[in-house]
Design a protein around this ligand. Structure first.
Ligand SMILES: CC(C)[C@H](C(=O)O)[C@@H](O)C(=O)O
Ligand code: SF4
Length: 468
């Protein structure tokens, strides 16, 4: 019998084309997702070399970062740099004959939401994109790497990627989550525990009862932030929840092909006794709704906590905490629930899926957004938007005073008109709270969709359990 393998080992081994003596491998890539920010130079490189895209049928492009999300967006993009990037993608998609969802297409949205939604992302695949949050696709038990622009060109030209294998890390969430606690709280709590470097050099497999109990949407939220924990990728073994989600999607296999795929997908789990280089365990029952207080995704505390003092930390983190508190305009000892919020952003590839909007709408229903608050809901794709309208969620948000937007990355990062002004403070369902991330001198508190909704109603960071 062969040695027991992890899920990561299995997918890796199935994709190695060749291996050098030093362990550098050439990996076959099953899906290449492309957005407008990291691809222009890559396509230009192909043009200069007179090359074609090697596998256009496995290459999928969609503009997301730079697109405005206001209803008037068909009038074009005002910012020149943004407009040029999106126009370049339009042209490159046409010239190279790849799959494309332009801004005018109802299926357009954030690349990590569109891929799974359209059935491009499947278990056991290798998926790459010139974007760090490609880890999202690991929720299907696919090995999903973020890559740089020169690698984008390499994959476009050859459908392969040069990689060294990472180590195996297991993150187990045991037991059940308590009411009001979501996938976002899990993934933030994990980073709170491991730090942003905890996963460095590793691919994380998330497992345990609390992970098994999550929907595909929740699993994508968890894997999305693997990169924020420093990992190369995040993975969850596929199961009935996965197969059910995939079945019938436009690009998923059909009929006999589905059955054949299914019999392989069912082998995609970590064998009994397989070796992990690092193991982290959290108890599901002990996870509370969390928020970030600082400018790193590891600055996580339960909402019942208080703003920490620099002296609570050790080493380099003391200075970092000082700087964070200064930037965030917070005083040690202040209750987290006393932090006043002026902006709420519900969206992004972390939390812009239908389940996220349902969770937020559940809290918002019949209530009003606090006076003076700017609150927006930005569905992750045109199809999520449509579904939310059909389910009556859009109306709940609109009635409460939220702006109801078109799909895109929006206020997750300051590359489009949705930005914070200096000093503004946002409860955001996105994944990064770096300085300036949502706009120059803007302040970001990362939270779940339900927690963001609660803050929109009360005007301050709020324990969502009080509104349930
Ligand atoms: C613009 C893009 C390259 C970037 C990433 O790689 O993640 C963005 O999506 C982000 O979230 O910061
Ligand atoms: S939604 Fe945010 S994290 Fe996701 S791809 Fe867009 S900018 Fe990056």
């Amino acid at each position: 019998m062969s040695a027991p393998k992890t899920l990561y080992d299995k997918i890796w081994d199935a994709h190695v084309v060749s291996e050098d003596a030093d362990g550098t491998c050439l990996l076959y890539i099953d899906r290449h997702l492309v957005h407008e920010v990291t691809s222009p130079q890559a396509f230009e490189g192909l043009r200069l070399a007179g090359r074609k895209v090697r596998a256009p049928e496995k290459t999928i492009a969609v503009p997301d970062h730079n697109v405005p999300t206001t209803p008037d967006r068909e009038q074009g993009i005002k910012n020149e740099e943004s407009r040029i990037q999106v126009e370049a993608l339009d042209k490159n998609a046409r010239d190279f004959g790849i799959n494309y969802y332009p801004v005018s297409d109802i299926r357009q949205g954030i690349v990590h939401i569109v891929g799974p939604e359209q059935g491009w992302t499947l278990p056991g695949m290798t998926v790459v994109c010139g974007d760090s949050h490609t880890a999202t696709h690991g929720a299907f038990g696919s090995l999903a790497h973020g890559i740089g622009t020169s690698e984008v060109e390499h994959v476009l030209a050859t459908q392969t990627l040069i990689q060294k294998k990472s180590k195996n890390m297991k993150v187990e969430i045991t037991g059940k989550l308590r009411p009001g606690v979501t996938a976002k709280d899990i993934t933030l709590a994990v980073i709170g525990k491991t730090g942003t470097a905890g996963g460095t050099g590793h691919v994380i497999e998330y497992c345990g009862e609390a992970i098994r109990d999550l929907s595909m949407e929740g699993r994508m939220t968890v894997c999305n932030m693997a990169i924020e924990g420093g990992a190369r990728a995040g993975l969850i073994a596929p199961d009935e929840t996965t197969f059910e989600y995939i079945k019938g999607r436009p690009h998923a296999p059909k009929g006999a092909q589905f059955e054949a795929a299914l019999s392989w997908w069912k082998t995609l789990f970590t064998d009994e006794g397989a070796h992990f280089d690092k193991v982290v365990t959290l108890k599901g029952e002990e996870i509370e709704p969390v928020v970030t207080w600082g400018t790193s995704p590891e600055d996580v505390l339960p909402i019942s906590g208080v703003v920490p003092a620099p002296e609570d930390f050790h080493g380099g983190k003391v200075e970092a905490a000082k700087r964070s508190l200064d930037y965030m305009g917070l005083t040690p000892g202040m209750k987290l629930t006393d932090i006043a919020i002026d902006t709420v952003f519900i969206g992004s590839c972390t939390n812009g899926r239908i389940e996220d909007l349902r969770a937020a709408a559940e809290i918002v229903k019949g209530k009003k957004v606090k006076d003076g608050m700017r609150a927006m809901v930005v569905p992750g794709s045109g199809l999520v938007r449509l579904q939310a309208e059909e389910e009556g969620l859009a109306q709940i948000f609109i009635d409460a005073g939220f702006e109801w937007r078109l799909a895109g990355c929006s206020m997750c990062l300051a590359m489009n008109p949705d930005q914070l002004s200096p000093g503004e403070r946002c409860a955001s369902t996105s994944n990064r709270n770096f300085e300036g991330r949502q706009g120059r001198n803007g302040r970001t508190h990362l939270v779940s969709p339900a927690m963001a909704a609660a803050a929109a109603i009360t005007g301050h960071l709020t324990d969502v359990r009080e509104l349930m």
